[in-house]
Ligand binder design. Structure first.
Ligand code: FEO
Length: 392
C-alpha cells in the first residue's frame, strides 16, 4: 500500500476505523474514527509522526512496507490510540530515535513499557532539520493530556496538532469536505475531551495564533484545508460567554417528571430561550456534551429512585461535572413518591460547576397546578439571569 501524498514528501500513513462505536468505553463514535500518522521525508532524514492504535497497526505496517529507513519517530501524544504502534516501529526501525516532549517521557515508559534511555526529549520551540523540511515542536499541553505537543512543518506550513482540531470520523477522504459537518464532529470531540481544559486551550490557541498555517493535520479525522474555520470554532467554544441556551438531562418513571419537563421546555421557549432536553433513557451523551459547550444553564430533571435521583440522570450530572462546562446557572426539578431528598444529591454531585443555583421545583406524585406554576416561575428566573448576563 502506497503512502498517500498530502504535499510533496509529506504522506498520510494512518488508519480509518469504520467499525469502532465507542471510545474509552464511554464516548459514542457514530461515524467511527481514524488514527492518523504522517511520514515527512527530508533530503537527509525521514520522520514518522505518531503511530496509530494497536488494533489498526496492520494498516501502518502496510503503508510502511517499502519504507526502508525512519530516522525519527515523533510522539505528539502518549495516549495509546497514537502511541500503541511505537514498540513495533522501534523494532522494525532500530535506527529510529523516539522524540517526545519532556512530560511525555515517563508516560511513554508507563504506558508502553519503553526503555527511558531510548527516548530523546525535545524542548518547546526546538527545531529538527530533515533536509529541506524543518519540524518545530510546540508544547500544547492539556489537549487533553498534560504532555501533548504539536509539530509544525515550516516549509509546508502544516500543523500536526494531534487530538485538538480533530474529529471522530472514519473516511477515505484525506481532506475536509463540507465545513459544517466537520465542525459538528469536531465540536463533539472538543466537548468530550477538551472542554474541561478550556482555559488552557485558549492559551494554546494564542500560542499558535501567529503561525502561518496552510493545513492542520490532526490525529483523528480529515485534514483541514481552511484552518481559519476550525480555529475560529475553537475560539467560540472556549470563549467565556455562554449562549442563551438551557440543557435539561432528564428521564421519567411514571410520567410526573415528564410533565414537569414538558412545561419547562415550553415555558423557557416562550421566553426566547433555546432548550436542549435529553431523555437519558435514550440520549446520545456526545450530543449532551456538545450542548453543554455553549449552555448558560443546566437544569437537571429526575424522578426519585428509593431516596435518590434516578441513576441515569445522575450519570449525566457526573458527566457534566467531569466536563466542567461554562454554565453559569443551574437548577433541579423532579418528583418523588415518599422521600423528597433527591435535589440535595444532585447538587452534591456537581461540585466542579461554579454555578448559581436557582430554587428547585420538586413535586410529590403527579404535578399539581401549583407545581406547574412553580415551573413557570423557574423559567422566569432563568430568563432574568440570561437577560442580566446579556444573553437574552
Ligand atoms: Fe486520540 Fe488523546 O488520544
Amino acid at each position: 500500500m502506497k503512502p498517500r501524498e498530502i504535499v510533496p514528501d509529506v504522506h498520510y500513513v494512518g488508519a480509518p476505523d469504520f467499525d469502532r462505536r465507542l471510545f474509552d468505553a464511554l464516548i459514542p463514535l457514530p461515524d467511527g474514527t481514524s488514527y492518523n500518522a504522517y511520514l515527512v521525508r527530508g533530503r537527509d532524514k525521514t520522520a514518522l509522526i505518531d503511530a496509530v492504535e494497536p488494533t489498526m497497526l496492520h494498516v501502518l505496517q502496510a503503508y510502511l512496507k517499502d519504507v526502508t529507513r525512519i530516522d525519527y519517530l515523533i510522539s505528539n501524544h502518549t495516549e495509546q490510540d497514537h502511541s500503541g504502534g511505537i514498540p513495533w516501529v522501534l523494532e522494525r526501525y532500530p535506527e529510529a530515535q523516539l522524540l517526545s516532549s519532556e512530560p511525555a517521557k515517563p508516560m511513554l515508559v508507563d504506558h508502553l513499557g519503553l526503555d527511558a534511555g531510548k527516548i530523546r526529549t525535545v524542548a518547546d520551540g526546538e527545531r529538527l532539520e530533515l533536509g529541506g523540511k524543518t519540524l518545530r515542536f510546540i508544547y500544547t499541553p492539556w489537549v487533553h493530556w498534560p504532555e501533548t505537543m504539536s509539530t509544525y512543518l515550516e516549509e509546508d506550513r502544516i500543523l500536526f496538532s494531534c487530538d485538538w482540531f480533530g474529529s471522530h470520523i472514519a473516511s477515505t477522504d484525506l481532506f475536509v469536505d463540507g465545513a459544517d459537518c466537520i465542525l459538528a464532529e469536531a465540536k463533539r470531540y472538543y466537548a468530550e475531551i477538551m472542554m474541561p481544559f478550556r482555559k488552557i486551550v485558549q492559551k494554546n490557541l494564542d500560542k499558535v495564533r501567529d503561525l502561518d498555517i496552510r493545513l492542520i493535520a490532526p490525529s483523528h479525522g480529515p485534514i483541514h484545508r481552511d484552518p481559519r474555520s476550525i480555529v475560529q470554532a475553537y475560539r467560540d467554544w472556549t470563549d467565556d460567554k455562554p449562549h442563551n441556551t438551557v440543557v435539561i438531562p432528564w428521564t421519567t418513571m411514571h410520567g410526573s417528571t415528564a410533565l414537569l419537563v414538558e412545561r419547562l421546555v415550553a415555558a423557557l421557549t416562550a421566553r426566547g430561550i433555546t432548550v436542549f432536553p435529553f431523555n437519558m433513557a435514550s440520549a446520545d451523551i456526545g450530543k449532551l456534551a456538545m450542548s453543554l459547550v455553549d449552555a448558560a444553564t443546566l437544569i437537571v430533571a429526575a424522578p426519585t429512585v428509593h431516596v435518590g435521583p434516578h441513576p441515569m440522570v445522575l450519570d449525566a450530572v457526573v458527566l457534566a461535572n467531569a466536563l466542567r462546562p461554562k454554565v453559569r446557572f443551574a437548577s433541579i426539578v423532579g418528583s418523588y413518591g415518599w422521600a423528597g431528598k433527591m435535589a440535595d444529591a444532585v447538587k452534591g454531585a456537581m461540585p466542579n460547576l461554579k454555578v448559581e443555583f436557582l430554587p428547585p421545583v420538586i413535586c410529590k406524585g403527579r404535578p399539581k397546578p401549583s407545581d406547574l406554576e412553580a415551573i413557570d416561575t423557574l423559567a422566569d428566573a432563568v430568563a432574568a439571569k440570561h437577560r442580566e448576563s446579556g444573553l437574552l
